[in-house]
Write a protein that binds this ligand. Structure first.
Ligand code: AMP
Ligand code: GLY
Length: 443
């Protein structure tokens, strides 16, 4: 079977890497891809939002399964279009993707179905938004309703900051139409963690726990980023909280779909806050997290093609998802200055280039497609994000450049291996956090 992966980040390299291990896969294409995906299959220079061109390519090439990485392709309706052309594709339709593309839609759904979340108001008139703020205790959280590249959330410490955020979003349209509507909610305190679950419309299969590191700098300082690293499992999600996640989030979610006549097939990734009163949902994402996918996929034993097809066909009930006992840690190496301005085109050295450009090695029981890979001492996997080849040399081409991932007997061992690999890799201005997974080692 030929596979097409949509996107070009670390998540998509990890998807290509995992899909390539399926004996059912003959060839992988990635649009637009990066230097890592290019080593696994063929990159296709089509933009992720040019869904018409992607559908045409999939038809012409006889693609058997398309897997969508980024939210904007889903929100643009790529799944609806592919399905209307008889093409198999993994991900929610445009209507299903509203859980991510409209925060107000997601909040109303949670309210209707008793899923714990912060109290909120929703506004299309800025005067009403200002009025609502007067009744709230600070800090408060102001969110653009639509997709804003992860930047549409402002935590306002006081009335002045709230008024400015509302003005920028609703009047100045800082995030374009995404800010036509805003959600204003109470500020929650606690530790964040994320949940991943496959949903086939009626059933869910929950992944093990993971935690992302959203801030740019050590100690959760600095600006919010797409994610500077991740690890799995995450001890913050205790067995008791895992039970709450099933009973209070995932079960009401699938029951709510049925009650509302909604269809959702794909990956649901709720962002959670572990508050003193229990779990609360901060947001829903409708796709694999990045970098979370880079720790989940190396832990997954099950054939990814088979399970994604089970989701599409509604056969997830009782599906045996198998996970390796080992922990995984991913350290993101970013360009200096990220998430602000940064330079591109810096040469990357130190990656032991094998055929699939991964410092390999491969854990024993793993199938490796057409490659014969000798088990080796080192077992970091370098997932590429913003990379490209320039005259045969590997160079930086984005904010997040690499996701250096390792498996180990526990989080401590995986973390040591990941950092040992990071130290071997160089590019000018490389920036990474030194405390990825440190939280898991406390206590
Ligand atoms: P979101 O895109 O809604 O997950 O928001 C992005 C980030 O803003 C989250 O990862 C949290 O760190 C923070 N955040 C969002 N909503 C809240 C809230 N109600 N209370 C505290 N922090 C929040
Ligand atoms: N890890 C953050 C995200 O994928 O949105």
């Amino acid at each position: 079977m030929k596979i097409l992966v949509i996107g070009g980040g670390g998540r998509e390299h990890a998807l290509c890497w995992k899909l390539r291990q399926s004996p059912r896969v003959t060839k992988i294409f990635c649009a637009p891809g990066n230097a890592g995906t290019e080593a696994i299959g063929r990159n296709v220079p089509i933009a992720i939002t040019d869904i018409e061109a992607l559908a045409r390519f999939a038809k012409e090439e006889g693609i058997g399964l398309t897997v969508v990485g980024p939210d904007d392709a889903l929100a643009a309706g790529i799944v609806d279009l592919f399905e209307s052309r008889g093409l198999r594709i993994f991900g929610p339709t445009k209507a299903g993707a509203r859980f991510e593309s409209s925060k107000a839609f997601a909040k109303r759904f949670m309210e209707r179905h008793g899923i714990p979340t912060a109290r909120f108001g929703e506004f299309t008139e800025s005067a009403e938004a200002h009025l609502f703020c007067q009744k709230m205790k600070y800090p408060i959280v102001i969110k653009a309703d639509g997709l804003a590249l992860g930047k549409g959330v402002v935590i306002a410490e006081n009335a002045d900051a709230a008024a400015k955020a509302i003005y920028r979003m609703m009047e100045q349209r800082q995030f374009g139409d995404a800010g036509r509507r805003v959600v204003i909610e109470e500020f929650l305190t606690g530790e964040e963690c994320s949940l991943h679950a496959l949903i086939d419309g009626r059933n869910y299969a929950m992944f093990p726990s993971a935690q992302d590191h959203k801030r740019a700098l050590d100690g959760d300082q600095g600006l919010n980023t797409g994610g500077m690293g991740a690890y799995s499992p995450a001890p913050v999600l205790t067995p008791e909280l895992e039970r709450q996640a099933r009973e209070q989030v995932l079960e009401p979610f699938v029951r709510g779909l049925a009650a509302d006549g909604l269809v959702f097939k794909g990956l649901l990734y709720p962002g959670l806050m572990v508050t003193p009163e229990g779990l609360k949902v901060l947001e829903f994402n409708c796709r694999f997290g990045d970098p979370e996918a880079q720790v989940y996929l190396p832990r997954l034993e099950t054939d990814l093609v088979d399970v994604l097809e089970a989701v599409i066909d509604g056969r997830l009930a009782g599906y045996p998802l198998e996970w390796r006992d080992e922990a995984a840690v991913c350290v993101v190496m970013a360009s200096g200055g990220y998430p602000g301005d940064y330079a591109k085109g810096k040469e990357i050295t130190g990656i032991d280039t094998t055929e699939n450009d991964v410092i390999v090695l491969t854990p024993p029981r793993m199938r490796v497609g057409r490659w014969r890979i000798e088990p080796a001492e080192s077992d970091a996997i370098v997932f590429h994000a913003g990379t490209k080849r320039v005259d045969g040399r590997l160079a930086t081409a984005g904010g997040r450049v690499l996701g250096v991932t390792a498996l180990g007997a526990d989080v401590r061992a995986a973390r040591e291996k990941a950092y040992a690999a990071v130290e071997k890799i160089h590019f000018e201005g490389a920036q990474y956090r030194r405390d990825i997974a440190a939280k898991a080692l406390r206590g």
